[in-house]
Design a protein around this ligand. Structure first.
Ligand SMILES: NC(=O)c1ccc[n+]([C@@H]2O[C@H](COP(=O)([O-])OP(=O)(O)OC[C@H]3O[C@@H](n4cnc5c(N)ncnc54)[C@H](O)[C@@H]3O)[C@@H](O)[C@H]2O)c1
Length: 241
C-alpha cells in the first residue's frame, strides 16, 4: 500500500510529535510553517495570507504532490496575546481573532477546494478544551499567565467553522474534523501541573505529552475514519467532564 501523504501546518510543540509519529509509520509528511525550518519536504507559508497559501498550493501542484490530508496545528498569535481580560484591548483581540481564526478559515477554504479537485481529502484542525469548556481560572491563580479570552473565542469558533465546512463540502469526499487537546506539558511549573492535573482522570494525572495526541491524528488522517466528518475529537484525559 502506498504511503499516505500528510501536510502538517505548524511544526511546533505538537507538530513535531505528529511529524515524528507519522514519518515513523505509514506516512510521508510535508511541513508548512511561517518560520523557516531546515527539514526535508519543507514549505514556507503563512496561513494568514490568501496569496501565500495559494502560492503554496500552486507549488504542490507544480511538483505533482498530491496530499491525502492536512493537519493544521499552527498557532498564530501577536506579541500582545495572552494578557488577562482587563489588559486586552479591542484591537489586540480583533487582531488575534483575525490571524488565528482567519488563518484556520483560509486553510479550510483553500485546502477544501484543493482536495475537492483531487476527489478526496481529510482536513484536521486543532481546537482545544478551551473551545468547549469555560476556563477553570482557579488553576491560574498562582501563575503569571492566564487562559486568554481571545483563545476562547477562536477555539470555539474553529469547532463550528469545521461543521460549516463539512456541511458545505457535502458530497465531495472531503472530510473536516477537529482535534481538541487538553493542556500539553511544556516546562510548566510543578505547581501548575498539579493544579491542572486535579481535573485529569487517569492515574497518571498532570498534563498531556504531545505524543498522547498522535494516535488520534493517525486515525483522523486515514481511511479508518472515513465516516467521521464534521466532528470534534477530544483528547483530554477526561479533563472537560
Ligand atoms: N500546547 C498546548 O497545550 C495546546 C493545548 C490545546 C490545543 N493546542 C493547540 O494546538 C496547536 C499547536 O499548539 P503548539 O503548542 O504546538 O503551538 P506552538 O506555538 O509550539 O507551534 C505553533 C507553530 O505554528 C507556526 N505558525 C504560527 N503562525 C503561523 C502562520 N501564520 N502560518 C504558518 N505557521 C504558523 C509557528 O511557527 C509554530 O511552528 C495550536 O492551535 C494550539 O492552540 C495546544
Amino acid at each position: 500500500m502506498s504511503k499516505l501523504k500528510v501536510g502538517l501546518i505548524g511544526y511546533g510543540l505538537i507538530g513535531k510529535a505528529i511529524h515524528e509519529s507519522l514519518e515513523g509509520s505509514s506516512a510521508e509528511v510535508f511541513i508548512f510553517d511561517i518560520a523557516t525550518m531546515n527539514q526535508p519536504n519543507f514549505f514556507h507559508t503563512d496561513i494568514t495570507s490568501h496569496e501565500a497559501l495559494a502560492a503554496t498550493i500552486l507549488e504542490l501542484n507544480k511538483k505533482n504532490i498530491k496530499l491525502d490530508s492536512i493537519v493544521n496545528c499552527s498557532y498564530p498569535r501577536t506579541k500582545s496575546y495572552g494578557k488577562k481580560l482587563e489588559d486586552v484591548t479591542i484591537d489586540s483581540f480583533n487582531e488575534n481573532v483575525s490571524i488565528h481564526l482567519g488563518g484556520y478559515f483560509n486553510v479550510m477554504k483553500q485546502f477544501g477546494a484543493y482536495f475537492k479537485a483531487l476527489g478526496k481529502g481529510s482536513i484536521v484542525s486543532f481546537s482545544s478544551v478551551y473551545g468547549i469548556n469555560a476556563p477553570r481560572f482557579d488553576i491560574y491563580e498562582k501563575e503569571n499567565f492566564t487562559m486568554p479570552v481571545e483563545y476562547a473565542a477562536i477555539k470555539s469558533a474553529v469547532i463550528h467553522l469545521n461543521k460549516y465546512m463539512a456541511s458545505y463540502f457535502k458530497g465531495s469526499n472531503v472530510r473536516f474534523n477537529v482535534l481538541s487537546p487538553g493542556g500539553v506539558f511544556s516546562n510548566h511549573e510543578d505547581s501548575f501541573v498539579q493544579s491542572y492535573g486535579k481535573y485529569s482522570l487517569s492515574s497518571r494525572g498532570g498534563m498531556l505529552d504531545p505524543q498522547d495526541l498522535t494516535g488520534a491524528i493517525k486515525f483522523l488522517v486515514s481511511d479508518e475514519s472515513k465516516f467521521v466528518n464534521g466532528q470534534n475529537l477530544i483528547v483530554d484525559d477526561g479533563w472537560t467532564l
